[in-house]
Design a binder for this molecule. Structure first.
Ligand code: BGC
Length: 355
């Protein structure tokens, strides 16, 4: 193990690799929710590469397209295959309690990745972005762009979309945005003509683009929104896959870059970056998967080396069994204006990929 570590350290130095090597190389099981959304492919790829660069062996598995039974059996298999540490991004945060009992029995530490796994004592640590801040960034963006703080501002029409109700992050994304927007709904500066403002009413199962598109189409016909109909000023969307569904419905009913409502998103997925360039989405919150992977590698290394695990939040994330020590990375707002600098100049995408 010593020789391997030394070689890895050398390789990393030569390649100017950002990952830190662990003194003890271990086998890490990584369970990701779906391969059908770009961000999770990127997460899985970055995490595997960085864990391997740190000297670990990695078993990376995707649960088909958000298939809960597949994720359960993949986790059970990794536990019976004796992985040393598990890193899991759950599909349904509340569906893994039984599967993870094996991790408790075998004392396998579990790091919850991006989404919190609920109601399980198996979770040792949580690594994510500051999810509440993501929602606040979206809410503040709307307030600033629509000048809602100005006394002279006329009422603006808004519709709200969030993600999958079984994803704990939704409480933070939607909660963070609504903590900013609710006062304006109360004062009448924002008007939601559909009357659908509760989380349960605006949720999108599995963060599905198709479901979001269907709901936006229904809102267009029930409220009468349209370039020549009722004015729609803004749509809050918690992420990009949902925003893409909203954009599809809006463009199909005659909206274009010249009359497009303000539309938020999250992830900077390629289709959304292209839409931002074309004026068919206004912003996205960028969560650099390289940064999250980097952090998880540091946490995993500390776990296997029996060192203090780096966390920066010990208050916010209670999974029902107690507060889980967390590391929250910082999200960044991306618009047409800084897109090149944040996404292309940083090497996240090539110019061609988001043309
Ligand atoms: C993630 C978002 C992602 C969404 C859909 C959330 O838990 O934090 O980045 O857009 O899931 O996959």
């Amino acid at each position: 193990m010593k020789i391997k570590t030394t070689l890895t350290t050398l390789c990393c130095a030569v390649l100017a690799c950002t990952a830190f090597s662990a003194a003890n190389a271990a086998t890490i099981g990584v369970s990701m929710p779906t391969q059908s959304l770009q961000r999770w492919n990127q997460d899985g790829h970055n995490l595997k590469a960085q864990l391997e660069a740190a000297g670990h062996k990695v078993e990376l598995l995707y649960a088909g397209d958000n298939d809960i039974p597949t994720q359960v059996s993949q986790i059970e298999n990794m536990i019976s295959g004796d992985v040393d540490v598990l890193v899991v991004a759950p599909i349904d945060g509340g569906a893994l309690t039984t599967a993870l009992q094996g991790a408790i029995d075998k004392a396998i530490p579990v790091v919850s990745y991006d989404r919190l796994i609920m109601n399980s004592k198996a979770i040792s640590y949580y690594a994510t972005f500051d999810n509440y801040k993501v929602g606040q960034i979206q809410g503040n963006f709307i307030v600033d762009q629509l000048k809602l703080k100005d006394d002279a501002t006329t009422p603006k029409n808004i519709e709200l979309f969030t993600g999958s109700i079984d994803d704990n992050n939704v409480n933070f994304f939607f909660g963070g945005a609504m903590d900013i927007l609710q006062p304006y709904l109360d004062s009448g500066k924002l008007v939601c003509k559909s009357g659908q403002t509760k989380k349960e009413q605006v949720a999108t199962l599995n963060w599905s683009t198709e479901e979001a598109q269907k709901r936006m189409e229904n809102l267009i016909s029930s409220v009468g929104y349209g370039p020549d109909g009722v004015k729609l000023d803004v749509v809050l969307s918690s992420n990009d896959s949902v925003a893409n569904g909203v954009t599809n419905a809006l463009t199909a009913s005659g909206y274009n870059a010249d009359n497009f409502p303000l539309l938020t998103g999250q992830d900077c997925d390629k289709p959304s970056v292209k839409n931002i360039k074309r004026g068919l989405q206004t912003m996205s919150v960028f969560k650099d998967t390289r940064v999250l992977a980097d952090q998880v590698v540091k946490m995993v290394n500390a776990i296997v080396d029996n060192k203090e695990v780096p966390v920066n939040d010990t208050k916010t994330y209670n999974n029902g069994t107690g507060v889980i020590p967390s590391y929250l990375c910082s999200p960044i707002v991306v618009t047409k204006d800084n897109l090149k600098e944040v996404l292309i100049d940083s090497g996240y995408y090539t110019e061609k990929e988001v043309k």
